[in-house]
Design a binder for this molecule. Structure first.
Ligand code: FAD
Length: 289
C-alpha cells in the first residue's frame, strides 16, 4: 500500500519533490496513498469526475475519492483528476499533502482490517511544483503504477494461499474421523494435490511478472495474469482450508476464518478479476488481430 502511493512520485514527480518524499517513504517516516477510484469511476477509471481547474500558480481540485487505502493515515495522496481543455479529457496527477486545507476523510470499515476511506477534496489548492508528470499523462501513470503493484497483490495472495495450504495439511493430519486421520481420505488428498498444483502455477506467474519487470520487458497482461490467477486460486485454497476445518473453519479467531476475510478484497482492488480478464483479452486480440 505504501508503494502504490509513492511509486507514481518515483516515476514522474519533479526532482525536488522526489528528494523530499521518497527517502521518508523508504525510512517509514511518511505514508503515501493513491487516490484514483471515485463513486462513479471504479473499473471505469476514465469516468472520473474530480476536476483540476487552473488557478494562479497551480490548480484547484474538487471531487470525491473512495476506497482509498491509507486514507486518514496518509501524509500525502497522489490524486488523479480531469483537467479542463479542448477535445479529449485530459487526466493529470497531483501530489496533495494529507493536511491540505479542504481535504477531509471519512473512514470506511471493510471485511478485514484495512485502513481505508473516502477522501473529499473541496477547493484544494495544488501548486504547479506538485504536479506529478505532464498535464494529460495521469491515466498512463495510474495504469503503469497498477501494472507494478498488481504483481505485488499477487505476491500477497501467494502468502495467504501458502498459509491456507499449510493449515489444511496440518489439520487433515491431526483430525481423526471414521477411525483414521482425514488425511487418509483419498477425496481430500485429491483436493490437496489440486491446490498444490494451482499454488505453484500462481507462484510461477507472479515470479515471471516480477522478473520481467526487473528485466525491463514486463507487459500489462503478465501482471494481470499473475494478479488474477494468484488471487483467485488463493481464494479457492482458503475456502478449502475453511471446509477442511469443518465447524472450526468458520469459528472466529481460527486462522482459516481470518484468511477467508483477508483474501476477499484482493480479488477486487487494483482492478477486479474481470478487469484483469479485459486486459489479458485486449492484449491477445491486439496481438493476433
Ligand atoms: C480494500 C480495498 C482497497 C482499495 N484501495 C484503493 C486505493 O488505495 N486507491 C484507489 O484508487 N482505489 C482503491 N480501491 C478501489 C478498487 O480499486 C475498486 O474497488 C475496484 O477497481 C473496483 O471498482 P468498484 O468498486 O467501483 O466496482 P465496479 O467497477 O462497480 O465493479 C463491480 C463489479 O462489476 C465488474 N465489472 C465492471 N466492469 C466490468 C466489465 N466491463 N465487464 C465485466 N465485469 C465488469 C467488476 O469486475 C466488479 O466485479 C480499493 C478497494 C478495496 C476494496
Amino acid at each position: 500500500m505504501q508503494g502504490l502511493g509513492s511509486y507514481p512520485l518515483a516515476l514522474a514527480a519533479s526532482e525536488p519533490l522526489r528528494r523530499y518524499v521518497l527517502p521518508r517513504v523508504a525510512s517509514g517516516a511518511t505514508v503515501c496513498a493513491f487516490a484514483l477510484t471515485e463513486p462513479e469511476a471504479g473499473s471505469d477509471v476514465k469516468n472520473l469526475r474530480t476536476t483540476a481547474t487552473a488557478a494562479d500558480g497551480g490548480v484547484v481540485l474538487e471531487g470525491t475519492k473512495c476506497f482509498i487505502s491509507n486514507a486518514g493515515l496518509a501524509d500525502s495522496y497522489v490524486v488523479f483528476a480531469r483537467e479542463a481543455g479542448e477535445g479529449k479529457p485530459r487526466f493529470s496527477a497531483f501530489f496533495v499533502a494529507g493536511d491540505a486545507p479542504g481535504l477531509s476523510v471519512i473512514r470506511t470499515r471493510v471485511l478485514a482490517p484495512h485502513p481505508i476511506g473516502t477522501v473529499k477534496l473541496e477547493r484544494v489548492f495544488v501548486p504547479d511544483a506538485h504536479r506529478v508528470g505532464e498535464p494529460g499523462a495521469g491515466l498512463k501513470l495510474a495504469l503503469g503504477n497498477l501494472d507494478v503493484f498488481r504483481v505485488s497483490v499477487g505476491a500477497a495472495a501467494l502468502g495467504l494461499a501458502d498459509r491456507a495450504l499449510a493449515e489444511t495439511v496440518g489439520h487433515l493430519k491431526r483430525r481423526v474421523q471414521f477411525g483414521k486421520p482425514l488425511a487418509e481420505q483419498q477425496g481430500l488428498q485429491f483436493a490437496l494435490a489440486d491446490l498444490a498444483t494451482e499454488q505453484l502455477a500462481a507462484q510461477l506467474l507472479v515470479y515471471r511478472a516480477a522478473a520481467a519487470r526487473d528485466a525491463g520487458h514486463a507487459t500489462s497482461e503478465m501482471a494481470a495474469m499473475a494478479k488474477m490467477h494468484a488471487t483467485e486460486s488463493a481464494q479457492r485454497a482458503i475456502d478449502r482450508a475453511v471446509q477442511s476445518f469443518g465447524g472450526l473453519g468458520v469459528t472466529v479467531g481460527q486462522v482459516p476464518e481470518r484468511l477467508y476475510r483477508e483474501i476477499r478484497a484482493l480479488r477486487i482492488y487494483e482492478g477486479a478479476t474481470e478487469v484483469q480478464k479485459l486486459v489479458i483479452a485486449r492484449a491477445l486480440l491486439d496481438e493476433r488481430g
